[in-house]
Design a protein around this ligand. Structure first.
Ligand SMILES: C[S@@+](CC[C@H](N)C(=O)[O-])C[C@H]1O[C@@H](n2cnc3c(N)ncnc32)[C@H](O)[C@@H]1O
Length: 270
């Protein structure tokens, strides 16, 4: 069993891992992330601390599924490319997504998370690298060849960055590669205000900083960067997989103007 010494933003990845593990145990699983369940079984941690229930677990799985599907669509259109999977945590996206050898896949997270990942998850097939660095550093990206289009997927990251860090990261990625896509989730400014209501964030002592209300904020970071999709969390596909109480919760939230924009999934292209 692996004991956990993580705190703050790094600790929150145990909540999303646990969410995917809970989803995988349901007969109507959205993500079928059996590797997440195997990892959870090997971690010595009070997962009750994450506050995950069936609704939030299936919510995490739905978000992951949409980002997986968008990534697959990109790989199908652009089989020779680089995938930057930032703030990978213990997410098994690199195991879930089948891809040809022409795809270069790079997972990045903080050194303490990467150390745990080495112990708990098998190394995925193909051209794969796991990089231990803050995404706010320059060096890791400078080492990635800029010879192919890129798809940068980052789930549960943007809100932990300051706005200046988020803008700098997106400018560096979109400035380095000739073309590509950004696939990521954002909190709206109300989500940032209400962060103490998210048990996984509160109990890990993490702090959320950056909220995005309008994707034009991201488009302004590079000429030609265009929003392809901006989906509210309450409007995502697969919501019928939620338990009844969760479906009712979504209906209520989607009727309240400020609340329905607390979370979005964005797909931008340049
Ligand atoms: C909510 S978890 C999401 C993890 C994973 N994407 C998932 O969905 O399970 C937040 C992750 O962001 C990572 N993170 C936060 N700030 C980071 C930074 N500056 N550089 C790299 N990773 C960061 C944390 O270490 C943690 O793994």
């Amino acid at each position: 069993m692996e004991k956990i010494a993580l705190t703050g933003a790094q600790e929150t990845m145990l909540a999303t891992l646990y969410g995917r593990a809970l989803d995988s145990e349901r007969p109507e699983s959205v993500l079928h992330d059996d590797e997440a369940k195997r990892a959870v079984d090997r971690i010595d941690y009070d997962f009750g601390k994450t506050g995950m229930n069936t609704t939030s677990a299936v919510g995490v799985a739905i978000r992951g599924r949409v980002l997986d599907d968008w990534t697959r669509e990109f790989l199908q259109r652009t089989p020779s490319c680089t995938v930057l999977h930032l703030a990978c945590g213990l997410d098994t996206r690199a195991h879930r997504i089948e891809r040809p050898d022409t795809v270069r896949w790079i997972d990045v997270d903080m050194p303490d998370v990467v150390a745990l990942r080495h112990k708990l998850l098998p190394t995925p097939q193909g051209d794969y690298r796991l990089v231990a660095s803050s995404v706010t550093e320059d060096a890791w990206l400078a080492e990635v060849p800029a010879d192919r289009p890129v798809v940068a997927v980052f789930e549960g990251l943007s809100m932990y960055l300051t706005q200046a860090e988020g803008h700098a990261l997106i400018s560096r990625i979109t400035g380095r590669f000739p073309s590509g896509e950004l696939l990521f989730d954002v909190y709206g400014s109300w989500g940032i205000k209400l962060q103490k209501l998210v048990p996984a964030v509160r109990n890990a002592g993490a702090v959320l900083h950056w909220g995005v209300d309008d994707p034009r904020e991201i488009e302004a970071l590079r000429p030609g960067l265009t929003t392809v999709d901006a989906w509210r969390s309450v409007d995502l596909p697969h919501l019928d997989a939620l338990p009844r109480s969760g479906r009712i919760q979504m209906k209520v939230v989607s009727a309240i103007p400020k609340l329905r924009d607390v979370g979005k999934l964005l797909r931008l292209r340049w």
